[in-house]
Ligand binder design. Sequence first.
Ligand code: GDD
Ligand code: MN
Length: 368
Amino acid sequence: MTIAPQTTTAPELSVIVPTFNESENVPVLVERLRVALDGINWEMIVVDDDSPDGTAAVTRQIGLTDTRIRCIRRVGRRGLAGACLEGMLASQARFAAVIDADLQHDEKLLVPMLAKLREGATDIVIGTRYAAGGSTGDFSSHRKWISVTATRVANLVTGHPLSDPLSGFFMLRREVVDPIAAELSTHGFKILLDIVSTGGPSLRIAELPYTFGLRLQGASKLDTRVAFDYAGLLLAKATGGFLSLRFIFFCLVGISGIGVHFAVLWIGWRLFGLHFGWAQALAIAVAVATNFNLNNRITYRDQRLTGVHYVTGLLLFYVISSVGAISNLSVGTWLFGHEQTWWLAGIGGAMMSVVWNYAVSSLMVWRR
Ligand code: GDD
Ligand code: MN
């Protein structure tokens, strides 16, 4: 007689918990979920970006005696959005929720969220801090302002008027994610906004209010870099992917380089009486170096070059920029021959070299 293997069906709800250094919060969250989700067939998927505080090990330890709790440990990667996405893709449940590990989201809301989805007329339920009945708790006025402004801008872009598009607390039909997964950004904090704007107008969205609580342990990871990243996503969405924030910063750095160039030229030529040609060469050398440094610090701050890579990157940047200058010169001259409008020819030439410099340096100097 053969013994049938013991099988169980997939849970109805996967609760995805992105974590970075949340080892003290995870056990508390598990306890709260056990209470809140009593009677529901659920599981919890912690997606940890290899936290140094051992969050993954803590989670697995709990999973030894409660198989509803499991952990995806990602190595060599960081990013809240990507972690949420990976968790949702790993789920086999009908519904998936995303909730922060630090207990700032009210886990009791999961039950009404699930009830809403079960009714079948909704694809995404969002926990909102800004609808009637919701609250940001004791947000500082500064953070509140940032949050409200970001919300207004987001609504201009996505076409779905949401009261809290930056919410990190939501539940959706698992199948919503599959067709759009490859288009979603894996950086930063705006996974919900990205899902909603990529999913398009056919998505049926509901909102449920809750009060944003205090973080239990540890520190928030929301910083200027996250805000920067967010601005970049909105810009890309608003221009249909045509303009990236990186490119705009690259252009701004380029413009600042013109200022540096003229300052050095003036100092070398007028102040120190250098030969004009030498002063010009010095100005170019200094301007390219400051451009490189600013791009390394701002435009490509997420892949900043250091040590020997900084030096080789700078040398490569010199080579790329000189080719850019030649193309600037030839395009400008060609345009001037056709148009006879000096400023148009000038802009055309400059655009040519900035596009070239940008494209080639992001391929060769700041390559991932
Ligand atoms: N895997 C992973 N990787 N998890 C991360 C990362 C990361 O790079 N960064 C943050 N997390 C986890 C945290 O451990 C926490 O569980 C959750 O994501 C939220 O991070 P916090 O650092 O606590 O964010 P917050 O409280 O400042 O921001 C909250 O409010 C924002 C809107 O104001 C979150 O709910 C955000 O999702 C939300 O956009
Ligand atoms: Mn938090």
